[in-house]
Design a protein around this ligand. Sequence first.
Ligand code: IPM
Ligand code: MG
Length: 361
Amino acid sequence: MSQSDKQYNIALIRGDGIGPEIVEEAVKVLNAVSEKEDFTLNYEEYLMGGVAYEATKNPLPDATIAGCLKSDAILFGAIGGYKWDNLASELRPEAGLLKLRKALGLFANLRPVAVFDELLDASSMKPEVLKGVDLLVVRELTGGIYFGEPRENDGQRAYNTMVYTREEIIRIAKVAFESAMKRKKKVCSVDKANVLEVSRLWRSVVEEVAISYPEVELTHMYVDNAAMQIVREPKQFDVLLTGNIFGDILSDEASMMSGSIGLLPSSSIGGSVGLYEPIHGSAPDIVGQGIANPIATILSASMMLRFSLGEIKAADRIDNAIKHVLKDGYRTKDLARYNAKEVCTTEQIGSIIAKYVAQED
Ligand code: IPM
Ligand code: MG
């Protein structure tokens, strides 16, 4: 087949733990869909996390930042592992990811939570509570307590600082309201305004931004209540707007509605290039066993096609293929107990999804 005119440059960051295994399957599916839809993806690999530390003593080499900046989009697996747990905080694999988000200006992290009907029984929550859940966590990603200064641990006393500026709140709130306009027009902003000054500023600035979106219904919820409401009645939510750490926590909680954390993708946007990654971590306990679920990464690749490359048909193809594969009973081990016709390895389910992508019309 001749090379098409449409070419995209993708920065691939496989990372640590199960990262390389799941990214491999996403590339397999991307190759199938690009052939089908007639565009070309040129991959360039970059190091980040523990593997980067081993090779360069730096979890985020300059070459990775430069490579990401000149690409059309970034697909990332996961970072971290026991081996690097005792390193100084700026050398840890996680510091690589945090610095990359900051360096690229990726202040908004979108984490959609949808429940596949075929997996309603896979969640620890009741099917009737889950059926029809469709929410989006809009998590602030480059501020808050993750980045606030001062921060210190002298062995006797340790502290971090949760800080947000008006500008940081305005820009993330706009992303939430814009997203809501394309959905059910509801934003629930999460804070801890009964205790924290930073949350009181957050709440009042979100209210100011809301004035420009009169069609969107805005509510506020304390984070403890939000954590409870997510398991009590998740269908009440459309867009959940959160700061960095609250979004980190609530999105892991919300992922359990889908049945496995191995199913949820995310996109990080706000800079000149978008980064796409599963919400789960590097799962060092299951590395190399062929049991990691690559679907979150494959769905992240689909988001990349949709939002960074504008290849909507290709993204739809992947999303539909995943629905079909689940409907036909193919499951990785994390979901094996639920309506499984066949329990697959990481590699097998990637190949099956790629096959469906190529077949469908
Ligand atoms: C996530 C992860 C990261 C975070 C870690 C790996 C630094 O948990 O993307 O949710 O806390 O943001
Ligand atoms: Mg997390």
